[in-house]
Design a protein around this ligand. Structure first.
Ligand SMILES: C[S@@+](CC[C@H](N)C(=O)[O-])C[C@H]1O[C@@H](n2cnc3c(N)ncnc32)[C@H](O)[C@@H]1O
Length: 273
């Protein structure tokens, strides 16, 4: 069922629809240590693709084909426009809960989506089912570790206020907070992440703040909780990286099923056993 969170993201992506070079840097960090070149010649699935700002770089890196989907109509329209130069990429309107791919993709990735879902386990299960044996799952989610101060002081504002009011008002709050952030960033900082935030234009810093304020659901998971997302599924975790000290990138490989031929009685007779 289409809930409020998807619609709110639709509002966001309708405003911040352009893909900029900074998005490439972000994507490279979010999927690290998997390099962009890994996409060359492979078929990938981008679940909850937003405006297509991640798929674009994977396609430019030479992916063979792709299916990107999102569960908001406005967002899908923007993604189709942004990815129109790639006939090998289909953009669909679909929920991550409803996809029914079985063993079709070399890579499935899901960036910044799972932590906004009511049933993250079910979503991950579907992403793993969509992978070919030996395929690679890439998830990027918010971390609890590294966000303790943010969670104490800022997240209650999202939970109790900005996720519950009309997005247009939330946007004005985001603009005000971005102005404060820009002033804060004028001071010297040791954190590499904060140093890099300085590089963002006001509009793109505002987009980031707005994105934090909008969703009704935003899980900030511990390392163990992220590992738990794939527990019981036929994958092996290859990397679980604390990206930028405030998020988790999980890279897992789907098991290659060994087909064992059971000799039946006919075989035995023919072979004189
Ligand atoms: C924070 S955005 C991230 C978008 C994109 N992955 C990116 O990194 O730019 C979360 C996206 O998940 C989508 N979404 C939320 N629930 C979904 C669902 N059930 N199925 C598919 N997409 C969903 C939203 O519409 C939104 O575009």
């Amino acid at each position: 069922m289409l809930g409020g969170t998807e619609k709110k993201f639709g509002y966001e992506w309708d405003i911040y629809r352009e893909i900029i070079p900074l998005h490439e840097k972000q994507f490279v960090e979010w999927i690290s240590p998997v390099p962009l070149s890994f996409f060359k010649g492979r078929r990938f699935l981008d679940a909850g693709c937003g405006i297509g700002r991640n798929s674009l770089w994977a396609l430019k890196a030479g992916a063979a084909s792709a299916y990107a989907f999102d569960y908001d109509g406005r967002t899908v329209r923007v993604a189709r426009e942004n990815l129109k130069d790639f006939p090998n990429c289909e953009v669909g309107f679909e929920s991550i809960y409803d996809i029914s791919f079985q063993g079709e993709f070399d890579i499935t990735f899901c960036i910044g989506v799972i932590h906004h879902l009511r049933d993250p386990k079910k979503a991950v299960e579907n992403l793993v089912a969509a992978l070919k044996p030996g395929g690679t799952l890439i998830l990027w989610v918010y971390a609890r570790e590294g966000n303790e101060r943010f969670l104490r002081f800022f997240d209650p504002l999202r939970k109790h206020v900005t996720s519950r009011i009309p997005p247009i008002i939330t946007r004005y709050i985001a603009i005000g907070l971005t102005a404060l952030l820009k002033v804060y960033l004028l001071f010297p900082h040791c954190s590499e992440y904060l140093k890099r935030l300085k590089e963002r234009s006001f509009r793109h810093a505002e987009a980031m703040v707005f994105d934090q304020l909008l969703p009704e659901i935003a899980h900030y998971w511990t390392r163990a909780e992220v590992a738990h997302l794939v527990e019981g599924l036929p994958v092996t975790i290859k990397h679980l990286t604390h990206t930028n000290g405030m998020s988790w990138t999980l890279i897992a490989e789907k098991a290659v099923v060994q087909t064992v031929r059971i000799q039946n009685s006919e075989d035995r007779i023919q072979n004189g056993i």
